[in-house]
Write a protein that binds this ligand. Structure first.
Ligand code: ADP
Ligand code: ZN
Length: 432
């Protein structure tokens, strides 16, 4: 049941004592990087400033912009010849940032992934198809190494090429997959096209859904279509990539591996830490990294700590499903809206298909939102009354959630372009 019982179920006081030692060690290491060396000196802070874990608040935050401004090597904390791997972020919110790993970093990361996959039920003997982009993106190689460490047979399928994915799945009796949730839904339309039923015509039992925010409803929809159990996997390149937080079999929040990461949740406005249980922005300090450790990295991801202990016996705290990034928030007619609110409502309405897109427009001083929604093919043949009825229902449901009446445009399956990577949920045409 546990990959490393002693660490996963460690007494909290012991875990926190280990965190403190690892934090002090990290502060010594990180002071050798150009960026932190300079920052620590300017502010007169360093390892001696830390006597307890809460002293972390004496250190300034690190942001994606800091990483961008010190491109390419400003954050590396070891001589360049000790680095063995480079990865990068996906560039969802601007220019991608790079991260570097030593051989030990790769070993630690691999082990974290093995811990996650084992926790979700993957074992030696499983056939694991990794449908993520290989290369700079961390979802490919990160999972690949972790699955191999468990002893699974790994098919490095990479992203896209849907028909080949399905064929691989069927020919080699794949039992576990790693997939971006929006792609899992897209792939289901290709199963339809081929007249195949993923529940009957494949042997997949476990899926790992990661790399982009998705609602509980979306997970349920994917589980229903495929008949497998789908586990939420959270990570970011700045903290290795996947393997940061992961669901256990209870599937109620994701255990965040506190032996490797020191976690804070802050209020994005005041930047002050909030108590456990309260929602805010996740801030993380790496505790094991050597190549490019980061102190108080602002992920911009919104979540909360679930304070109650988990029934699985793991003592590492859980974070709730990510609600979105703070920079995902739209402001329309003065109302704050997260794309996930729209997704949550849409996924609950029968007839709604597998993809949607929010389009924002401006005419004069008037801002508008159009939600383009793919719906079942059957709505477009013959009597269009059903289509009108469905449209009304969607408008009503969305209005109830976001308190604004959006325009809704219902379109045929697969008519909203879907790439292999993270879904684009919003097109903002209001900007000149
Ligand atoms: P980028 O930040 O450019 O997208 P990354 O590939 O490093 O590059 O992606 C990390 C980000 O992806 C996280 O900060 C988070 O916003 C999102 N993410 C990853 N996994 C999940 C998940 N399971 N749920 C929600 N968001 C996720
Ligand atoms: Zn648990």
């Amino acid at each position: 049941m546990y990959w490393e019982k002693e660490i996963e179920t460690m007494d909290r006081s012991k875990l926190e004592a280990a965190q403190l030692i690892a934090l002090q060690d990290t502060l010594i290491k990180v002071g050798k990087s150009y960026y932190y060396g300079k920052t620590f000196q300017e502010k007169g802070i360093g390892v001696s400033s830390v006597k307890s874990l809460s002293d972390i608040t004496k250190f300034p935050f690190t942001t994606k912009d800091d990483l961008r401004e010190h491109w390419p090597y400003g954050f590396t904390a070891v001589p360049k010849d000790e680095l063995v791997r480079m990865h990068s972020s996906s560039g969802t919110t601007g220019r991608a940032t790079v991260v570097f790993h030593t051989a030990k970093d790769i070993a630690v990361w691999t082990n974290l992934l093995a811990r996650c996959l084992y926790m979700a039920g993957m074992r030696k003997g499983d056939v694991f198809q990794n449908m993520m982009t290989y290369g700079l993106f961390t979802g490919g190689l990160g999972f690949h190494y972790g699955a191999e460490k468990i002893g699974a047979l790994v098919i490095p399928a990479g992203a896209g090429n849907s028909k080949r994915q399905i064929q691989l799945m069927r020919d080699f009796a794949t039992t576990a997959v790693h997939v971006i949730p929006s792609y899992a839904l897209h792939l289901s339309t290709v199963f339809d096209e081929l007249n195949l039923d993923p529940r009957k015509d494949t042997s997949v039992k476990i899926a790992f859904l990661g790399a982009e925010p998705h609602t509980e409803k979306m997970r349920k929809k994917i589980e229903e279509i495929y008949g497998y159990k789908a586990f939420n996997s959270y990570g970011l390149s700045e903290m290795n990539g996947p393997g940061v937080a992961f669901e256990c079999p209870y599937q109620d929040g994701m255990h965040i591996w506190e032996d490797s990461f020191l976690v804070e949740i802050i209020n994005s406005k005041t930047l002050q830490p909030v108590p456990d249980g309260e929602e805010g922005e996740l801030v993380m300090t790496s505790l094991q990294k050597e190549g490019m450790p980061l102190i108080r990295y602002r992920t911009k991801d919104l979540t909360r700590i679930i304070p109650e202990p988990c029934a699985c016996g793991r003592t590492h705290r859980r974070i709730e499903r990510i609600k979105g990034r703070s920079d995902d928030m739209l402001i329309l007619k003065g109302v704050n809206i997260f794309p996930m609110q729209i997704e949550k409502k849409l996924m609950d309405i029968p007839g709604v298909g597998t993809n949607f897109l929010i389009i924002l427009t401006r005419e004069g001083y008037n801002d508008d939102m159009t939600v383009k929604v793919e719906v079942g093919k059957q709505y477009f043949s013959g009597d269009l009354k059903q289509l009108e009825k469905l449209k009304k229902k969607i408008i009503e449901e969305l209005k109830g959630e976001i308190l604004i009446t959006p325009k809704v445009d219902l379109v045929e399956p697969d008519s909203i372009p879907k790439g292999e990577g993270k879904a684009v949920r919003v097109v903002d045409n209001r900007k000149e």
